[in-house]
Write a protein that binds this ligand. Structure first.
Ligand code: ZN
Length: 324
């Protein structure tokens, strides 16, 4: 498998779609071949950034990648239920893939058998008449900080497996065939649902919509689990539930100290003091200035001027002579 696209772009797995786009644009500019002529390493990097963005750059593609990841996690790490949910959508009449939808409520041993011999397992399944359940579906939903404070209704395009209209699920687990569902008993259908996001929603909050997951021909439907992601806007990001705001400071202020103005997520302008000999990456916590009255962590970065005038260049040359 190719490199993890989240790692290539350097974004957390719970980054919003908008954040992924911003980071991609920034990196693409930085490593663009026009900007790095003859630099093979930069070109490679540029290509891998493009490839990563192809995988998670749109909400649809990203959903598919995330769901595939979950199915692989179920088999891969020895703890198939650590990230329980299944949730991928079948792409065409691949029975093994279809059956990965029905992992809900089954133990690991069965899942592993199931992977290696999906067809045989299917006949065994009829014999074991245990409670069966459609799998849960996990999905991400991006909303703005402002909407999260007051709550909002979001129209959500929802694809899930529903019991087959043609055979009503009756062909599942039998030797009969159904041209509609290929005897899986279910088919993928799409609908628009409205998701109510409560006021004061936080990044990473999960909403569980009972029985809105994949349906099962012989059992209860799974749930739809929605991971709320708050778009923290340009220059801000979430880190383990903390809102981080990057503040670009001029080189001289970082070294000598000084006062700067920043704009908080609540659109307030506040002044902060930069202590002398600060470092890039230093952080300060501002209580009450983050999302919904929570803390805001500001992180110092360095302001990189796009253009310099002659006077500034002369001054910098002078500093260089002095060993700075
Ligand atoms: Zn059918």
């Amino acid at each position: 498998m190719a490199d993890n696209p989240y790692a290539v772009l350097g974004v957390p797995k719970d980054a919003t779609n908008a954040e992924i786009k911003r980071v991609y644009r920034k990196l693409a500019r930085q490593y663009h071949p026009d900007r790095n002529p003859g630099d093979a390493a930069a070109e490679e990097k540029f290509k891998s950034i493009q490839a990563a963005y192809d995988i998670i750059g749109t909400a649809e593609a990203r959903k598919e990648f995330d769901n595939q990841g979950r199915v692989q996690d179920m088999f891969g790490d020895g703890n198939p239920f650590s990230n329980f949910g299944g949730g991928g959508f079948p792409r065409g009449p691949d029975i093994g893939d279809m059956f990965s939808q029905f992992m809900g409520g089954r133990n690991q041993q069965q899942n592993q058998n199931f992977r290696s011999k999906p067809r045989e397992k299917r006949t065994q399944r009829q014999a074991t008449n245990e409670s069966q359940k459609g799998s849960d579906i996990e999905s991400g939903l991006d909303i703005t900080l402002e909407d999260a404070v007051v709550g909002t209704d979001i129209q959500f395009n929802h694809r899930r497996l529903k019991v087959c209209k043609k055979c009503n699920g009756s062909t599942f687990g039998t030797t009969k065939n159904c041209s509609e569902c290929n005897a899986s008993g279910v088919s993928t259908r799409e609908s628009t649902i409205t998701v109510k996001v409560p006021p004061g929603a936080i990044h990473g909050q999960q909403l569980r919509l009972n029985k809105m997951g994949n349906e099962h021909p012989n059992g209860e439907p799974g749930d739809l689990i929605i991971n709320i992601r708050l778009d923290a806007d340009e220059g801000r990001r979430w880190e383990n539930g903390r809102l981080i705001q990057e503040v670009a400071i001029s080189y001289t202020t970082i070294i000598l100290g000084g006062k700067i103005q920043i704009k908080t997520p609540n659109n307030e302008r506040i002044q902060i003091v930069v202590p002398p000999r600060s470092k890039i990456g230093d952080r300060r916590r501002l209580n009450g200035h983050g999302h919904d009255g929570g803390p805001l962590d500001i992180e110092f970065s360095i302001l990189e001027p796009e253009k310099l005038n002659k006077k500034q260049i002369a001054a910098l040359e002078k500093l260089k002579e002095l060993g700075l």
